[in-house]
Design a protein around this ligand. Structure first.
Ligand code: HEM
Length: 349
């Protein structure tokens, strides 16, 4: 291309950019952020967001065909899987949900190790914990929706725990002839929890923007900066790779289903992400699920109160790091015990 032609094209592009920018204000998002914001460990929150976008898209597709009725739910999921791209889309949703939980845990571990829950970000840590609780709620309600044996048994655990809260609990979990239990689960999974998630994520993003990404704990000098647009590019690359990996999983390992459930028997174990609670339920009964969950969330919420020193360097927070290692080991060990324990009757349905 001749030099003149190249220059005139360049001028054209600049003019178009200026025209758009004057009206849409794109350049306002090219503010500076610390360069380490582009490290993979600091992109885990954004990767999680990409995961949720995929869950929303695939969830909307499946909601168009799902029947939230006990007599039809399992068959409707089977039909979704049998149609065109249905098996792939359900696979993306199935693997995406689990992958998002893993990326949230890794994101939390990064925030914890770099002491980013400390002043002035304590409140955003709490918002993050609420996001985690909602994600767990989405995983639970999603497990019930497919209405196989595992789903029925998960639902019966929900009812048992509801009973511990008396009338209020039964209002939330009990069934009546006029009120289909799967309609309620579907509403929770497809409307209530996603709305809460969006609302809380907006709060999370607002606080991240206000406080900026925390500086690296081991750097004393002012950090180098990069424009936020470069962070968006990096995130897009990570996010799309995340989608591709999930796509491969969806193609190679189609999500399992199993037949509609048989009432009155208890023969399955929960999916891996709830297996941690299985040995506790074995030892102490269903109430252990509730107490262990409440205790875990209280401890998580208390982290900024427990560790109030200004120090953010992990080497100078040995007790906190030891606490994290103990918690992760306990989580893995209980999950492994849960995986190897044979299925037992816990609630005697
Ligand atoms: C739906 C789940 C979540 C999403 C989509 C999300 C998203 C994000 C994003 C995009 C960032 C910017 C930096 C980064 O990616 O590391 C961030 C930062 C942060 N997140 Fe999350 N997050 C989620 C869950 C959590 C959880 C469970 C916690 C902790 C309990 C948490 C606590 C924080 C804190 C304290 C920051 C500020 C970190 C800093 O300034 O270094 N987030 N989050």
């Amino acid at each position: 291309m001749s030099n003149d032609k190249f220059e005139s094209q360049n001028k054209m592009v600049t003019k178009v950019w200026q025209f758009l920018d004057e009206r849409l204000k794109f350049s306002t998002i090219s503010y500076d952020i610390p360069k380490h914001g582009n490290n993979l460990s600091y992109c885990l929150g954004g990767i999680t967001l990409f995961g949720f976008v995929l869950l929303f898209i695939t969830g909307i597709y499946m909601a168009a065909f799902y029947h939230p009725e006990v007599s039809e739910a399992n068959e409707s999921v089977r039909l979704i899987t049998a149609s065109g791209l249905g098996s792939f889309i359900r696979g993306l949703h199935y693997w995406g949900g689990q992958a998002v939980l893993i990326s949230i845990i890794l994101h939390m571990v990064r925030v914890y190790i770099t002491g980013s829950y400390k002043k002035p970000r304590e409140f955003n840590w709490l918002v993050g914990i609420a996001l985690l609780a909602i994600t767990i709620g989405l995983l639970f309600s999603g497990t019930v929706l497919k209405w196989n044996q595992e789903a029925l048994e998960a639902y019966m655990h929900n009812v048992e725990i509801g009973k511990m809260f008396g009338t209020l609990g039964m209002l939330l979990t009990g069934t009546t002839e006029t009120f289909n239990l799967l309609t309620r689960m579907f509403m929770t999974h497809a409307i209530l929890l996603p709305l809460l998630l969006i609302f809380l994520f907006m709060a999370h993003a607002y606080f991240i923007k206000q406080h900026e990404i925390s500086p690296l704990p081991w750097h004393k000098k002012t950090p180098e900066t990069v424009p936020f647009t470069s962070h968006l590019k990096k995130l897009t690359a990570y996010g799309l790779s995340f989608w591709v990996i999930l796509g491969i999983f969806a193609l190679v390992f189609p999500s399992p289903l199993g037949p509609a459930p048989i009432w009155g028997i208890e023969v399955t174990k929960p999916p891996w992400f709830f297996l941690t609670l299985y040995p506790l339920e074995d030892l102490f009964g269903v109430k252990a699920i509730l107490y262990a969950t409440i205790l875990t969330f209280i401890l998580l919420a208390a982290v900024p109160l427990i560790d109030r020193s200004k120090n953010r360097e992990p080497r100078r927070r040995k007790l906190m790091i030891a606490g994290l290692l103990i918690a992760l080991t306990l989580y893995i060990v209980l999950t492994l015990i849960g995986a190897f324990t044979p299925p037992r009757v816990h609630i005697g349905m």
